[in-house]
Design a binder for this molecule. Structure first.
Ligand SMILES: Nc1ncnc2c1ncn2[C@@H]1O[C@H](COP(=O)(O)OP(=O)(O)O)[C@@H](O)[C@H]1O
Ligand SMILES: N[C@@H](CC(=O)OP(=O)(O)O)C(=O)O
Length: 449
């Protein structure tokens, strides 16, 4: 049995959902189908989830209804194209209106309820279409199926008991259409995963239901060794380990959510990334182990929006607890960090800069100076992190030298280097305006020579 997930681009229009139908019904093993909310139909289009975010703002501020109408229009157009009965869309528009008029006393909860409706309504529509096509199928609600999550709005994590509950899905007949992106807290509230989280739902279901494989359908033939929006027609990756993919997704490969690997990995279920628009292409397989047929580097990922807090103090190396006290200050301000490259007398803490407003920055600098007696504290904003990943890097000498030489040749100044302790990754920090140039230079050094 297979669990199959279709991303936003795969359910963006009636034409796309026809392809979904063909793909699902062409293989009797494809039994559990996870869908996202309708995504972009063309480059400048707006995803339904993004429309719903605007809807939340409009309804919180008591403004107009035009975004609500734009959301309903997306479902209307899909239903019309597919010939789905009008009352299905009427129900969708009434349900969404009810959510929008619901309790707003907890804005994060209200937001999650509205955002989750994007996938929930899409699953209802797809199930109705499959039924009209004469295929036994049903919409499955995550609460009824037992997908329970932590009560962290916009950032839920699956609760372990969900896996046993979801095993029961195996016994249901027909094709099950399951909305991605959200589950329910133990108190019964809708809570979403982080953005792109329908990938996570698919992986949880694959684990719970004991699937033989988790197929993730998107709009590219494979995972490429570099973001195709940065390098034109990059090399395709045919096989990756879970560890490589987790590092690459975490560092910027938006094609698959980094938190979606663990549930499949724990159950040893292979993940296959495939293209809805070209389903016969073999795609990319993500497995526990692979034969290393490529060079030391498997992929190069990058992401912007980071800042670093640089702290120096003479004899820092001898001061027991310095790092702990520094991180404790960040913890007090509710900040999470990504990396901590360090030297003898200095340490940098890298964070996502959207967490650090000017006021928090000033408070933190003041505390580091007064409580830790640092010699120097400096915050640098607008950094990008570039991650080079590959299982083959463990046995290879000179990867760092080759990458830094490529950056020097391209005129990119390296702000910091961190050799990942996992031994399969290394990271370079550069100024955000150098990100593309840096990725292209490293790609050139490892993949075109
Ligand atoms: N290394 C990569 N390989 C393939 N695609 C990538 C990579 N990095 C970024 N992407 C982008 O990820 C997109 C697919 O992810 P996403 O937009 O979330 O699709 P979906 O609608 O299926 O969820 C691709 O169209 C591509 O632009
Ligand atoms: N629709 C949600 C969840 C998701 O996974 O979407 P997509 O499959 O389009 O990445 C989002 O936009 O975040």
């Amino acid at each position: 049995m297979k669990v199959v997930k279709f991303g936003g681009t795969s359910v963006a229009s009636g034409q796309q959902i026809e392809k979904v139908f063909q793909i699902v019904t062409s293989d009797p093993e494809r039994k559990i189908v996870v869908v996202s909310a309708p995504g972009k139909r063309f480059k400048e289009d707006i995803k339904v989830t993004d429309l719903l975010i605007s809807c939340v703002e409009q309804y919180m501020n008591g403004e107009g209804k035009d975004v609500y109408q734009a959301v309903v229009k997306r479902y209307e157009e899909i239903a019309e194209y597919l010939g789905v009965a009008r009352d299905v869309v009427d129900r969708i528009s009434m349900d969404l209106l009810e959510v929008l008029h619901g309790d707003k006393s907890n804005p994060a909860r209200f937001r999650d309820a509205v955002l989750a409706s994007g996938e929930d309504n899409c699953a209802k529509l797809v199930a109705a279409y499959f039924q009209e096509m004469g295929v036994e199928s049903s919409y499955v609600n995550p609460k009824e199926a037992g997908l329970f999550v932590t009560d962290e709005p916009g950032n839920a994590q699956v609760l372990p008991e969900s896996y046993d509950n979801l095993r029961m899905l195996r016994d249901r007949s027909g094709i099950l259409i399951f909305p991605g992106f959200f589950g329910y807290s133990e108190e019964g509230a809708v809570v979403t995963f982080s953005r792109g989280g329908s990938d996570i739902t698919g992986s949880i279901l694959a684990n719970g239901a004991g699937a033989a494989v988790y197929e993730n359908f998107t709009d590219v033939d494979s995972v490429y060794c570099v973001n195709p929006n940065i390098v034109a027609q990059p090399k395709a990756i045919h096989e990756l380990t879970y560890r490589e993919m987790r590092e690459l997704s975490y560092a910027g490969f938006a094609v698959f959510h980094d938190e979606a690997l663990i549930p499949a990995f724990r159950a040893g279920i292979p993940v296959v990334i495939k293209n809805t628009n070209n389903p016969s292409a073999p795609g990319t397989r993500i497995l526990s182990e692979r034969v290393n047929k490529n060079g030391p580097v498997t992929g190069i990922a990058s992401d912007s929006g980071f800042c670093s807090i640089y702290v120096s103090k003479y004899l820092m190396n001898r001061e027991v607890g310095f790092g702990r006290r520094l991180l404790h200050i960040l913890e007090d301000h509710g900040l999470s960090y990504e990396h901590t490259p360090s030297g003898i007398d200095d340490i940098s803490v890298i964070l996502r800069q959207n967490q650090l407003d000017a006021e928090t920055e000033a408070q933190i600098i003041e505390r580091i100076q007064s409580e830790l007696h640092a010699d120097h504290v400096k915050v640098q904003r607008d950094l990008s992190m570039i991650m080079i990943v590959g299982e083959g890097m463990r046995q290879n000498v000179g990867t760092m030298a080759k990458a830094s030489a490529a950056l020097a040749q391209a005129g990119v100044n390296i702000e910091m280097i961190n050799q990942g302790s996992s031994e399969v990754s290394m990271m370079f920090g550069v100024k955000a305006h150098d990100e593309q140039k840096a990725v292209q230079a490293i790609y050139g050094a490892f993949f075109t020579k």
